[in-house]
Ligand binder design. Structure first.
Ligand SMILES: [Zn+2]
Length: 225
């Protein structure tokens, strides 16, 4: 299934991941919706379907969908984006889609760190201090994550890639490319650096994004049975 072909159904419904309230494992098993369904990891009956990823991530996904189809309906008039957007007030989807994607990634990174800290039973004030000391997602990946898990971010991705059908390392490289341009946009306003190819690829990377954060969660958060 290609998300880019799904117009009217909210994309977040196709990217639903559920958490077992007993063992904290996360997967895309929709049978968890039915009360009483045993968790395939720990056997505990499901008390209710509980979506794992926060509401803001689902809203961001649906917003990416909105702007993706706005872009289809109203393609940018010029190649570099300068003329049309100086002289009109039309939304330039070339800026919005990558900004939403990077915001999604940052939110998921924060949620992952929060869940790892909670699983390690760090007290609440310490959790808050660590998050405020590592305000940027890059600091969370490069400093907080290794401090909490004993593993480097890139090494964890390489290991998860070996175990999965998805190439998380390549996916993360794509995110970094978009994120570097996002930062350039924020500081210099150079939005036309986002290419059509990158904008078209973002929807196709969303399932891998959620899969990656699911795998990272399952690697560090669930209680040992
Ligand atoms: Zn379970």
């Amino acid at each position: 299934m290609k998300l880019a072909e799904v117009h009217f159904q909210p994309w977040h419904t196709l990217l639903s991941f559920y958490i077992c309230e007993n063992c904290s494992r996360v997967d895309a098993d929709r049978t968890r919706i039915v009360v009483g369904t045993p968790c395939k990891y720990c056997g505990a009956p499901s008390p209710a379907a509980r979506l794992h990823f926060g509401l803001s991530s689902l809203v961001l996904v649906n917003s990416i969908q909105d702007f993706y189809f706005l872009r289809r309906a109203s393609p940018p008039a010029d190649a570099d984006g300068i003329v049309a957007h100086i002289h009109t007030n039309e939304t330039d989807t070339r800026t919005v889609i990558p900004l939403l994607f990077c915001t999604l990634y940052e939110g998921l990174t924060t949620q992952l760190c929060q869940n790892i800290m909670r699983a390690k039973a760090l007290d609440k004030p310490l959790q808050e201090r660590l998050l405020s000391d590592h305000r940027y997602a890059k600091e969370k990946r490069e400093k907080l994550f290794p401090a909490l898990t004993g593993e480097k971010w890139n090494d964890a991705l390489a290991e998860l890639t070996n175990a999965a059908k998805l190439n998380f390392t390549e996916h993360f490289d794509f995110f970094l490319t978009v994120n570097r341009k996002r930062n350039k946009f924020i500081h210099e306003g150079t939005h036309w650096h986002f290419t059509d190819q990158e904008l078209e690829r973002i929807p196709e990377e969303l399932l891998t994004t959620f899969s990656l954060f699911t795998q990272l969660h399952n690697r560090y958060v669930p209680k040992v049975a």
